[in-house]
Design a protein around this ligand. Structure first.
Ligand SMILES: Cc1cc2nc3c(=O)[nH]c(=O)nc-3n(C[C@H](O)[C@H](O)[C@H](O)COP(=O)(O)OP(=O)(O)OC[C@H]3O[C@@H](n4cnc5c(N)ncnc54)[C@H](O)[C@@H]3O)c2cc1C
Length: 297
């Protein structure tokens, strides 16, 4: 029986056979059988439950800023949470739906004079993606500020994890193992000096613009920081800046980034990653492990 999601959920924002390259930060990625943008939690729950019922594989994404989708795309349903963006503020906390941009959460916190999330001001991910990845920068990391996260289980149950239950590690959270969908997160923040908060955020963003190739599509730092080293420095010392396959290039501005010069495919990205890993392993006996997720089937 052919799956016809658009017939079953006629009023939902669902499209068939759409190239994921249109939505990923790298601008690479083949077609998904289906893409769905839920406008409410109820829509999300209904479609996840139906997909579970008919065994349709589901991939939940936020801003697609930390992944490479393969050129053959995704056989199943990709759900982008980018319309679930509500952010609410209380005295010591900011709560956001998973699709809210981390950048908007940091702006909202600054507007209310709440300090803690300044380090995240320039990370182009969603709240869900940031919790999933335990994103971090400039000495800050999600696990230091997250109070709790609400998730949707595969069977449609909503539950709340407190910080300690999320088994956070370096670029790791428990949700990577459970496959649950993060639907909201609450960050615990402290009242601070608004002028100072804004200027810290601005300083971090200036540093990003100076060091990172923000003028090209990319997925941020490709590799995790290996113990005792910096991935970017190893790649630079190996003389790999500018190494190019097709349209994917080790950035000349920041060796930890692989940029899309315009015509890159996912295969180009994967080939550059493999070459960088091989060269760094040969020269420095360090095995670089990708931070970005390579997804698709
Ligand atoms: C220019 C640039 C700079 C960056 N700088 C940083 C940085 O300083 N620090 C840093 O840590 N990262 C950085 N990143 C990487 C990236 O922005 C972060 O990892 C971000 O948190 C990923 O969020 P996302 O919404 O884009 O996730 P996506 O790329 O959409 O998804 C990443 C993974 O999370 C899963 N996921 C996403 N949302 C959910 C959800 N709601 N429920 C369950 N699973 C979910 C996806 O299935 C996927 O496996 C950078 C990226 C770019 C392009």
């Amino acid at each position: 029986m052919a799956v016809t999601l658009t017939n079953i959920f006629p009023s939902y924002d669902i499209k068939a056979n759409v190239p994921l390259a249109n939505y990923t930060n790298t601008r690479v990625g083949g077609p998904a059988d289906w893409i769905f943008w839920p406008k409410s939690l109820a829509e999300l729950k209904a479609v996840v439950a139906y997909a579970h019922q008919i065994d349709l594989p589901v991939l939940v994404l936020g801003n697609a800023s930390n992944l490479i989708i393969t050129d053959d795309g995704y056989r199943g349903l990709v759900i982008f949470l980018t319309q679930l963006t509500r952010i609410t503020v209380s005295e010591h906390a900011v709560t956001a739906l998973a699709g809210a941009a981390l950048i908007d959460v940091t702006t909202k916190a600054a507007e209310y004079g709440l300090t803690g999330l300044e380090w995240a001001a320039g990370i182009p991910g969603s709240v869900g993606g940031a919790v999933y990845m335990n994103a971090g920068a400039y000495g800050g990391q999600v696990d230091a500020y997250l109070e709790s996260a609400d998730v949707l289980t595969a069977t449609g149950e909503l539950k709340t994890y407190q910080n300690a239950e999320l088994a956070f590690g370096y670029r790791h959270s428990k949700v990577q193992d459970t496959g649950e969908v993060i639907v909201a997160a609450t960050f615990h923040l402290e009242p601070g000096n608004a002028t100072q908060i804004w200027s810290t955020m601005e300083e971090f963003n200036t540093r990003r613009a100076q060091k990172q190739p923000l003028e090209y599509p990319s997925c941020g730092s490709v590799f995790k920081r290996p113990a005792g080293h910096f991935a970017g420095k190893l790649i630079m010392d190996a003389g790999l800046q500018g190494f190019t396959v097709g349209g994917a290039q080790v950035s000349r501005k920041h060796a930890g980034f692989i940029v899309n010069l315009g015509s890159a495919t996912s295969a180009d990205y994967v080939a550059v990653i493999a070459h960088v890993q091989e060269t760094v392993a040969k020269q420095f006996a360090v095995q670089l492990e990708p931070e970005v997720r390579i997804l698709g089937h």
